[in-house]
Design a protein around this ligand. Sequence first.
Ligand SMILES: CC(C)(COP(=O)(O)OP(=O)(O)OC[C@H]1O[C@@H](n2cnc3c(N)ncnc32)[C@H](O)[C@@H]1OP(=O)(O)O)[C@@H](O)C(=O)NCCC(=O)NCCS
Length: 165
Amino acid sequence: MVSNSQPTILVLSQDDWKLLREVRLKALREAPHAFASSLELETAFAEADWRHQIQRSTWFLARSETVDVGVVAGTEQGPRERHLSGLWVAPNWRGKGISRMLFDAVEAWARKEGTPLISLWVSLDNLKARAIYQHLGFTPTGLVAPFPGDAQRKEERMVRRVPSA
Ligand SMILES: CC(C)(COP(=O)(O)OP(=O)(O)OC[C@H]1O[C@@H](n2cnc3c(N)ncnc32)[C@H](O)[C@@H]1OP(=O)(O)O)[C@@H](O)C(=O)NCCC(=O)NCCS
């Protein structure tokens, strides 16, 4: 379904697990190389697994009317860091500022909790995402590790300070 209205950000609660399943499976199908997970793995998730995902991370869903247009997760990493992962925007919504909206939601959440740092991992071959993260103020740390599930590829940790309000 195509929707043209301005998307809004929804913070998913446990009972929204079907929404998370729908958007995650779309993301994993469309951009399998971007994520440290797989369509095969998450297709097999049961309701309890999706609820667990929502329990361990805060999921922000961008929706236009009833259409999912993007998603991102924020996860606590101790008292001073929040981790951003799973960023995905539907192909026909790219280039319209959706990932900026999702990032702003994660940043506002981190700021509200008084957390000074947001981190993420991005594969070295995902040039577009790296460029966008740098544009959003993330800096490469030089800390590189094998990409989960594919040791031939590498990912790098990037960080961004959270300005106080
Ligand atoms: C990466 C992805 C999330 C980007 O989504 P998007 O909605 O097209 O991004 P946006 O249009 O919101 O761009 C975000 C910002 O980066 C800027 N930008 C876009 N492309 C850029 C580029 N190549 N270089 C620098 N800045 C860029 C935009 O202008 C925007 O900045 P602004 O808000 O100041 O105008 C999307 O392409 C995607 O889902 N890719 C597949 C999954 C993926 O790779 N996820 C990342 C996993 S680590």
